[in-house]
Design a protein around this ligand. Structure first.
Ligand SMILES: O=C1C[C@@H](C(=O)O)NC(=O)N1
Length: 447
């Protein structure tokens, strides 16, 4: 029997407008948007007063599987994602072993098809170690290449630190190259300076001074220059400074842009004023910077200089975080709360619901050329998220689903709640309860 669901009388946030309608899902796909008459064979959800978004596509996560599964794994983190309305994710290559070959990439796809509740895609890792192999591989059918997080293994090997590697890669590879844009040389000089001043335990407030605006700006500027020279397809990951936003254009449609960028939710939510309160819990690379940067990033997002919102969800155990400066791991879990964060900005009158759908759903699908997802359209996969815009709840240890069991948002009260999440037409998350009988699908791209 075909699995059929009707969502009745819901406000659909899609493609720049909000429309109250019914939606019919049959066998994983959106079959009809409009007036649908129900019969007894359909599951029925009353959407009155609620809002329907296309499922969020998170373009940057670290789900830690394989190899680092004490922090998180494809099952636990995809579950946290779904509770936050995220139906698809693209995971970074700094799992162990690092995903530096097509064979390892295919193994990760296999693992995800067994474990992930959400739809999944993976970056192929690229750095100085596998540059020549990558150049001689047909990467045109991959979602993208990235060096993000690979700096934990070997220094001086990253693209942003190495113009020669970038030149060779950008000249020879036409796929999306998503880079972590900080000049480690500048970071290291700053580290040395503050180490002399404070010793091993540098106060955390100096993190954005060490991982400085200059380190980000110079790396981004240089990467863009090299990409322009070769007409390469460059994506700068997790922008953190207002200064960098001026390096990007908003006068070209996204599907024609060769140079794109993103902001991660924590860089919109936290600023340097939060280091005193939260210490190493908000230590991220690149660092959370000033209040001026935070405001500038939100402005650039709304002005379309920044194309998408991601999370860079990067779980570590509390033990790995609560350490002196140099030993404390960078990154934190946040995928479960990204839509709530963006909806708080809506509540504050800073962004519209339509813009949130554009930056978290439509644009990731355009940017990564994802087939039949990211929109609420007839014939598309029924990846859908229902939110109640008037429901208060507080993040605490009891409702955090990420395996590491903590969040820098603990104690934060949100005014909105994800109530239902459909993945491929299957109601995986239903008012706090999970149906885990299905697995997500591999994201396919449009060639
Ligand atoms: O780029 C990254 C990697 C990530 C991780 O923990 O893997 N943590 C970060 O803070 N930034």
């Amino acid at each position: 029997m075909a699995e059929k669901t009707i969502i009745k009388n819901i406000s659909i946030v899609n493609e720049g407008q909000i429309l109250i309608a019914d939606l019919l899902i049959v066998d994983g796909l959106i079959q009809k948007i409009g007036k649908v008459t129900d019969d007894k064979s359909f599951s029925l959800i009353d959407g009155t007063g609620k809002y329907l978004f296309p499922g969020i596509i998170d373009g940057q996560v670290h789900f830690r599987d394989p190899g680092l599964t004490h922090k998180g794994d494809l099952y636990t983190e995809s579950k946290a994602a779904i509770a936050g309305g995220v139906t698809s994710f693209i995971d970074m290559p700094n799992t162990y072993p690092n995903v530096l070959s097509i064979d390892l990439l295919n193994e990760k796809y296999k693992l995800a098809s067994e474990k992930s509740l959400a739809n999944f895609g993976f970056f192929l890792g690229v750095n100085g170690d596998n540059l020549e192999q990558v150049i001689h591989t047909d990467t045109s059918q991959l979602l993208g290449l990235s060096d993000d997080g690979l700096y934990f293994t070997k220094k001086g090997n990253l693209l942003a630190d190495n113009p020669d590697i970038m030149e060779r890669l950008f000249a020879n590879c036409k796929s999306i190259i998503a880079i972590h844009s900080e000049k480690e040389q500048i970071v290291e000089e700053n580290e040395l300076f503050y180490k002399e001043k404070f010793g091993e335990d540098i106060p955390i407030e100096y993190h954005p001074v060490i991982r400085s605006e200059k380190a980000c700006y110079e790396a981004t500027k240089r990467a863009i220059e090299i990409a322009k020279k070769y007409h390469a397809r460059l994506h700068i990951l997790h922008l953190t400074t207002e200064a960098e936003t001026h390096l990007f254009r908003n006068d070209i449609p996204l599907n024609e842009k060769r140079i794109t960028t993103e902001v991660s939710v924590h860089h919109l939510w936290f600023s340097d004023q939060d280091y005193k309160r939260l210490g190493p819990l908000i230590k991220w690379n690149p660092a959370i910077k000033t209040e001026k940067d935070r405001v500038g990033l939100l402005k650039a997002l709304i002005d379309n200089k920044i194309d998408i919102v991601t999370t860079d969800h990067a779980p570590h155990t509390l033990e790995e975080k609560e350490k002196p400066y140099f030993q404390s791991m960078s990154g934190a879990p946040i995928v479960q709360h990204s839509l709530n964060i963006m909806l708080e900005f809506y509540k504050q009158g800073l962004i519209s619901l339509e813009k949130i759908a554009e930056k978290m759903c439509h644009n990731p699908a355009i940017l990564y050329r994802i087939k039949k997802r990211g929109y609420i359209r007839e014939g598309y996969f029924a990846d859908l998220t229902i939110v109640d815009l008037n429901s208060r709840w507080t993040v605490d240890k009891g409702n955090i689903l990420s395996k590491c069991g903590w969040s820098p948002l603990e104690g934060t009260t949100f005014q909105t709640k994800v109530t239902h999440t459909f993945v491929n037409g299957h109601l995986v998350f239903n008012q706090g309860k999970f149906d885990e009988s299905e697995r997500g699908q591999q994201l396919k791209n449009i060639y």
